[in-house]
Every structure is written in structure tokens, then in C-alpha cells.
Design a protein. Structure first.
Length: 217
């Protein structure tokens, strides 16, 4: 005897198999999409560049900023040596040396790197000392973003002055330049003065040669 399956049961069975088949196809499509997405490398370079662009740019600007700043420091040191040599040998007499002239002589040598605000960003201190030990006691510190001269452990009451000595005296020239940090985000790490600037400093100590103190007529 052959048992017959009702028509409704056969239809329900076919619909169940159809739903399972559709669900299986959807799962296969999802897996296939995920696999294609993970294998796709067409935009990988762009994404990697976007991730690395900011730190790479920061590194490049930091290198450029440091190199230019170092070059400015070397030019300042050479300019200070040259001015000190002219005073030491008597080419510049005491009566010829003024603060404005010292600044102009140094700024003329810095013009290749410094801007038009060089004289206002430059501080000079030139004076005679009885001994080299006295000259060694002359110091400075940075307080609240400003340069303060010290004598020993006390603040120097004269602060910045230009008073060179005659022949055979001991002298020291100190030059301070407020170098502007060109890259804004670098100023937070490099600047130690007000206005986003960093200090460049040069000094020379010497004894004048036995030249004639009288200016040439």
C-alpha cells in the first residue's frame, strides 16, 4: 500500500528548502564580499599616505627649522668674532663704538638669514673687566621669556651696556639674537623667549692689543 503525502505538506517542504537555499546564497554572497574587500589593495597606498602624511610633514619641517636655526647661530658666532677682532686690534676705537654701530655691523652679516627686524631683535653687551675671572662671573638667565644679565648670583644693575676699554684692557662682547621660529607648531618646543622666538647667543672674551687709543686724524 502506498502512502500519499498531502499536497499542502509537499508545498511547505518545497518552500522550506527554497528558504534555506536563499539563506545559503546570502551567506555565500556576504562571505564573498568580505573576501573581496580584504583582498582589494587598490586604495591601500592612499590610506597609508593619509596616515603617514602628518607625522612625515612634521618631521620634514622640524629638520628644516633646525637646520636654518643652526645656520643662523653659526653666522651670528662668526659675526661676533669679526666685530671683536676689529675692537681687539684697534680698528674700531672706543670713541667709534656705539650700541647702534655694533648692532648694524652684526645685522649686516646676518642679513642673509635675518629679516628686517634684526636691530630690534638684537641685544649687545660690551664692557671691560679688570680680570678674566671677573668676565667669567658675568652670566645671564631667561626669566618670563626675557633675557636678564647677572653678575655672579645677582642681577646686573647695568644690564645691557656698551663700554669698551682702551688698549691692553680685557673685554667681553656678548650678543643675543631673538631668532623667530618660522613653523608655528614648532614654537611650542623650540621657543624659549616671548613672541615665539628662541635665543641665539655668541660671546667673545679677549685682551686688547697695544694699539694707539687716539683716533686717526
Amino acid at each position: 500500500m502506498v502512502a500519499s503525502i498531502p499536497h499542502g505538506d509537499r508545498q511547505g517542504s518545497r518552500m522550506g528548502r527554497h528558504r534555506k537555499s536563499e539563506n545559503g546564497e546570502r551567506q555565500k554572497r556576504r562571505r564573498s564580499f568580505l573576501l573581496r574587500f580584504m583582498r582589494d589593495r587598490s586604495g591601500g597606498t592612499l590610506v597609508e599616505f593619509a596616515i603617514l602624511a602628518i607625522p612625515f610633514s612634521a618631521l620634514v619641517f622640524a629638520i628644516l627649522e633646525s637646520c636654518i636655526s643652526f645656520a643662523g647661530q653659526e653666522v651670528l658666532a662668526n659675526a661676533t668674532d669679526d666685530v671683536a677682532r676689529q675692537i681687539r686690534t684697534g680698528q674700531l676705537k672706543k670713541s667709534d663704538v656705539t650700541e647702534a654701530k655694533l648692532k648694524q655691523m652684526i645685522c649686516d652679516r646676518l642679513q642673509i638669514l635675518a629679516g628686517g627686524d634684526c636691530p630690534s631683535s638684537l641685544l649687545v653687551d660690551l664692557r671691560k673687566y679688570d680680570t678674566f675671572a671677573d668676565a667669567a662671573a658675568a652670566k645671564f638667565r631667561i626669566e618670563d621669556g626675557e633675557i636678564v644679565l647677572k653678575w655672579g648670583n645677582e642681577d646686573d644693575p647695568k644690564q645691557f651696556t656698551v663700554d669698551p676699554g682702551p688698549a691692553m684692557t680685557k673685554n667681553m662682547l656678548r650678543v643675543f639674537y631673538k631668532w623667530p621660529v618660522m613653523t608655528d607648531f614648532m614654537s611650542e618646543w623650540m621657543a624659549n623667549l616671548n613672541g615665539g622666538k628662541t635665543l641665539h647667543f655668541a660671546t667673545v672674551t679677549w685682551q686688547n692689543e697695544p694699539f694707539n687709543d687716539e683716533p686717526a686724524s
